[in-house]
Design a protein around this ligand. Structure first.
Ligand code: ARG
Length: 274
């Protein structure tokens, strides 16, 4: 339902290219729909600071109409800005990370959730142009002796979030010790409580968690473990070229006019734990 509304309004905005690309929306329908407020549901998992996490409620976003649980962070601000530029209002859906791709095209229209662009995921979804470079890292307690991949091979519990690239990395190193949970908050809490020996997750979120548990955790750089470079993209249903072009256009414009850098500065560089 929502997906169609979004496609139709984007089609209205992009009427010229629409004729050429053969979208299923008729031009009559787009003219009508373009005058209505269109909503796009953006899926994310809000246990991934500073990209998405539950805030204290002081952050509001003018183009986000529904945000149960006061989710904030870079991806939320980015989607707010994209929504404004393509003429849709955004509704935030906080959900399990491993449920996000299956929900694309039904419960949600897009996913902005620090999702790494991978060949496997590209088989089922479209990704926007990359918007952030990342790498996996290893979060351990401050007094841990873990420092190398061999140490991880001897670990008894490595926490990861189900469905993430960190899970794939952990299973590749030590499948038997890999403990998959639905939320990074849980994986990190288990580390602080001594149930996990390490958590494998993206480096910037790892640093954010280390800030929250000040003095208790340290981040081991991904380069120490030869982890690959990753890039985040906004995921959307595979058949929606109109949406893909609209989102890429908005992203490029945000990069060109400095808005993108301002959001990075505001939400990533200046992140401080709440
Ligand atoms: N970048 C990693 C991946 O794509 C982790 C993303 C997790 N995101 C989240 N919001 N929990 O698998």
């Amino acid at each position: 339902m929502k997906k169609r509304a979004v496609s139709v309004i984007l089609a209205g905005l992009m009427a010229a290219s629409l004729a050429a690309c053969g979208s299923s929306s008729s031009s009559g329908a787009s003219t009508t729909a373009a005058t209505e407020a269109a909503t796009t549901a953006a899926g994310l998992n809000a246990t991934f600071p500073p990209f998405e996490y539950v805030g204290d409620g002081t952050d509001t976003f003018d183009d986000i109409t529904s945000n149960e649980g006061n989710v904030t962070g870079f991806d939320v601000a980015m989607m707010n800005e994209i929504g404004k530029r393509i003429g849709v209002t955004v509704e935030i859906e906080d959900m399990d990370f491993d449920g996000i791709i299956p929900a694309l095209g039904s419960k949600i229209d897009v996913a902005a959730t620090g999702m790494t662009i991978t060949d496997e995921r590209k088989e089922s979804v479209n990704f926007s142009d990359p918007y952030y470079d990342a790498t996996q890292s290893v979060l351990v307690s401050e007094d841990s002796t873990i420092a190398t991949e061999d140490d991880l091979k001897n670990a008894s519990a490595i926490g990861v979030q189900a469905g993430t690239t960190g899970e794939t990395v952990a299973r590749g190193i030590n499948d038997a010790a890999t403990v998959s949970v639905k939320s990074f908050n849980q994986a990190v809490a288990d580390l602080v409580n001594g149930k996990n020996d390490a958590v494998i997750l993206d480096q910037v979120p790892a640093e954010a968690f280390a800030t929250s548990y000040s003095g208790q955790l340290k981040v081991l750089d991904g380069s120490q473990f030869n982890f690959d470079t990753e890039q985040y993209g906004i995921a959307m249903p595979k058949d929606d070229e109109v949406m893909l072009n609209a989102i890429n256009g908005a992203l490029a414009a945000m990069k060109a006019d400095g808005t993108y850098d301002t959001l990075v500065e505001q939400y990533i560089s200046s992140y401080s734990a709440e």
